[in-house]
Design a protein around this ligand. Structure first.
Ligand SMILES: CC(C)(COP(=O)(O)OP(=O)(O)OC[C@H]1O[C@@H](n2cnc3c(N)ncnc32)[C@H](O)[C@@H]1OP(=O)(O)O)[C@@H](O)C(=O)NCCC(=O)NCCS
Length: 246
């Protein structure tokens, strides 16, 4: 019973082959990658988000935001994330630091630079970043897949990413996911078309969120246990980590 539960959890966090998602070309290489759980974040995670974004180097801030945001601008960006309108996904490490963040922003079609690309009322823009030390482990791919699944399930068929065409890593991730890349508005404004939802994608998203929540709770409890153990043993200073709830 417990075995089948954990193998189910592992399947959800591991290799993902949702509809329209091609299997990886090098399964051996990918098999060595750790499990990645993508959790939907709430306003309580702003502190974690800030820490993640402020740690990005200038060149990564440029890729992520389209300009080299100063620390003050990053602070303002995080303060102004509208969690009621948008969806923010995160991947935590075992010390509850955010390794990766994906921000899926929804906007009315008319306000978008690719407004002619869809007849749906809403389009999505996706921005993603992964901490330098955690790259190449599949975190960016999982965030991207989760965001595109959210679009599908929210009946949004057009996903825009800033400077998609010139970002080789993102192009690779999108192609690997079997997505069509459209360039009707020139090279700079490439966008992706998302397939419609079905009952499997809705179920899969719900299961992935449950698994990510469970993973987070286990990590939070383990961290609390370590903290308690250190206090009892009288070792370690004040923990400046990020143990708060999200
Ligand atoms: C783009 C980014 C999010 C990717 O995150 P990541 O966790 O390293 O991504 P993954 O590990 O899931 O996948 C990276 C893939 O790109 C491939 N890759 C790496 N460098 C590449 C390159 N120069 N050209 C093509 N593919 C490349 C990797 O081999 C890997 O593919 P694989 O899974 O088939 O082996 C991360 O590099 C990042 O934060 N960059 C700065 C911000 C940014 O560019 N954001 C995107 C614009 S919004």
């Amino acid at each position: 019973m417990a075995d089948s539960f954990f193998s189910w959890l592992k399947r959800l966090g591991g290799k993902q082959e949702a509809d329209g998602v091609a299997p990886h070309a090098d399964p051996q290489h990918k098999a060595e990658r750790p499990m990645v759980f993508v959790k939907e974040l709430s306003p309580k995670s702003r502190r974690h988000l800030l820490r993640h974004f402020l740690a990005l180097e200038d060149k990564d801030r440029l890729l992520r935001f389209g300009s080299k945001l100063s620390d003050d601008m990053v602070i303002r960006y995080v303060e102004n994330i509208d969690f009621a309108r948008d969806t923010v996904f995160g991947v935590y490490d075992r010390r509850l630091r955010l390794l990766g963040v994906g921000h899926l922003a929804f906007a009315p079609r008319e306000s978008s630079r690719i407004s002619g690309a869809t007849i749906k009322p809403v389009v999505a823009e996706f921005g993603v970043s992964v901490s330098a030390a955690a790259r190449g482990l599949g975190v960016g791919t999982k965030l991207f897949l989760r965001a595109s699944m959210r679009c599908r399930n929210a009946d949004v068929d057009t996903l825009y990413m800033h400077c998609l065409s010139s970002n080789k890593v993102m192009m690779h991730i999108a192609k690997k996911a079997g997505m069509d890349i459209h360039r009707d508005y020139g090279e700079a404004d490439a966008y992706l078309k998302i397939s419609p939802a079905n009952s499997a994608t809705v179920f899969q998203e719900a299961m992935e969120e449950q698994a990510a929540m469970l993973d987070y709770i286990i990590k939070a409890n383990f961290k609390a246990l370590l903290k308690w153990g250190a206090r009892v043993m009288g070792i370690g200073g004040k923990d400046k980590g990020s143990g708060g709830k999200t």
